[in-house]
Design a binder for this molecule. Structure first.
Ligand code: HEM
Length: 398
């Protein structure tokens, strides 16, 4: 069996606004097939899960081939945990994970509370807000900057350097940055983090960088280069995705007010609802992998070196795993969605993302029970891996 798919209109407004009918149509033909251009396209849950757990599947540095070997962006992203195969991956993940998870456990709740309190104060005299820029963006951004240990006076410039990093993850993102701007951002971030790491070595505090420079795991420690590279990735991964969980999630919940009323009256169901919002309109729709050897998936022979495009957003709507997959069911349980991936590269920020989602929705239903959409179809950002809204104007209902 070998299906050849025609090209998808991935840059078209129809696809960007609602890729789900495209996914469904393709999955019904075959959950796995080859595109005319060569890469494999996977839309079925079982085949995607199998690939994510397969020992002969490796990372695919889609963007690395496009930038100069000596460029600053290539240098900064080369050792990102997401771009490494074992054994390098195993070691970096273990060392970064040890310090990061400890900080999340000890500090995340109080940092999120502080940021949410500040946002609430800012909204005190407002009747309307633009949710993406005024809430969904600052919340995870300030949380990750603080957890990592970036001093507040540097937040604005560090944010500007982190934004262009998205081009390394999403080959389809429409970036407003020129290559020169991306280079300047990458080298400025690299220089800044080198200095900051040096300072934290001498004067540690309660943050991820300080822990990474001092913690050891069986005598092992990250080199400064690996540390800086992966801090830059955490800064990026820690906010772009969660912005889209909050934006896509709130939009879906408010679109039909019965969902919103349900959350207002049953706030104890919010953790379950966050899982469904992650499934229903997943912040990361696509991840790309590479076959390290000749393998067989879903009856298809895939040769070593082939590119595999895994549409997580499609797996999360697969009727073989989710009853009425096109429906938002906030009390869905069990909910084995793949929004955080699976296997060796599964998301390292699940605890933090879930906590931010839970605390944000709790604060919103408690303070703004009559919140409503102002635009019924707010515009989407252009991109394929990352799916999110460009803006979400809301009435706070007061
Ligand atoms: C709703 C929010 C989030 C979603 C939907 C999400 C989703 C994902 C997915 C799908 C992957 C796997 C990608 C692949 O296999 O190619 C991933 C990996 C990763 N995520 Fe997240 N993520 C979120 C939030 C976060 C946060 C808050 C952090 C940490 C600050 C984070 C850190 C990471 C890291 C470090 C990896 C790479 C792990 C590895 O390669 O071993 N993520 N994430």
């Amino acid at each position: 069996m070998h299906t050849i798919f025609p090209n998808w209109p991935i840059q078209s407004p129809q696809f960007i606004n609602d890729p789900y009918p495209f996914y469904r149509e393709r999955r019904e033909i075959s959950p796995i097939g080859q595109t005319r251009a060569g890469p494999w396209c996977l839309t079925g849950y079982d085949v995607i899960e199998k690939v994510l757990r397969h020992p002969d599947i490796g990372v695919h540095k889609a963007q690395h081939g496009l930038v100069d070997e000596n460029s600053s962006i290539r240098h900064l992203s080369e050792r990102w945990v997401i771009f490494c195969d074992p054994p390098v991956h195993t070691r970096i993940r273990r060392l970064v994970g040890q310090s990061f998870h400890r900080l999340v456990k000890e500090e995340a709740k109080s940092i999120i509370t502080e940021v949410l309190d500040n946002l609430l104060t800012e909204f005190e005299n407002k009747r309307e807000i633009e949710f993406i820029n005024e809430f969904a963006y600052p919340l995870p951004l300030y949380v990750i900057l603080k957890l990592i240990g970036v001093p507040a006076e540097d937040w604005a410039r560090v944010t500007e350097w982190v934004k262009p990093l998205a081009v390394m993850i999403d080959p389809y993102v429409s970036t407003p940055y020129s290559f020169e701007q991306i280079e300047t951002a990458a080298s400025s971030l690299n220089d800044y983090l080198t200095l900051l790491t040096d300072n934290k070595r001498k004067q540690p505090s309660q943050d991820v960088i300080s822990h990474l420079t001092h913690d050891k795991n069986n005598g092992d420690q990250l080199s400064t280069e690996d540390l800086i590279s992966n801090i830059s990735f955490l800064l990026f991964a820690g906010h772009e995705t969660t912005v889209n969980l909050l934006g896509n999630g709130l939009y879906a919940a408010l679109k039909d007010q019965t969902h919103w009323k349900y959350l207002v009256h049953s706030p104890e169901k919010i953790p379950l609802a966050v899982e469904e919002l992650l499934r229903y309109d997943s912040p990361i729709q696509l991840t790309i992998k590479r076959a390290l050897k000749d393998i067989k998936i879903g009856g298809c022979a895939i040769s070593a070196g082939s590119e595999l495009r895994l549409f997580l957003g499609a797996a999360n709507r697969d009727p073989d795993h989710f009853e009425n997959p096109e429906q938002l069911m906030l009390d869905r349980s069990p909910n084995p969605h793949l929004a955080f991936g699976k296997g060796d590269h599964s998301c390292m920020g699940t605890t933090l993302a879930r906590l931010e989602g839970k605390m944000a929705f709790e604060m919103l239903v408690q303070n703004f029970p009559k919140m409503e959409l102002i635009e019924s179809a707010p515009p989407r950002k252009i991109g394929l891996n990352l799916r999110g809204l460009a803006r979400l104007p809301l009435s706070l209902g007061r």
